[in-house]
Write a new protein. Structure first.
Length: 83
């Protein structure tokens, strides 16, 4: 019975979000692909935030990169698909 609780504490944090398994650069690629061909304001923001996130990863500032990629994903959701 104890192993069940131990397994639950190990597995639960990993089931919170599929995006948590992807790197910031992978998520940036997904954002850019999602808004490809869309020239709206939100698509532009999504691309810029994704670029900033990748730049922050290259500077080893992962907390800032995660903040930017989250903003990029929010803007991409508002932009919708290609138009």
């Amino acid at each position: 019975m104890r192993w069940l609780f131990a397994a639950a504490f190990i597995v639960l944090p990993f089931t919170a979000s599929a995006a948590s398994f992807l790197s910031v650069d992978n998520r940036a690629d997904i954002v850019n692909e999602k808004v490809k061909g869309n020239h709206s304001y939100h698509a532009y923001l999504a691309k810029k935030f994704a670029d900033y996130a990748s730049e922050e990863v290259s500077q080893h500032d992962l907390s800032t990169a995660k903040a930017f990629i989250n903003m990029a994903e929010d803007a991409a959701a508002k932009a919708g698909g290609a138009k």
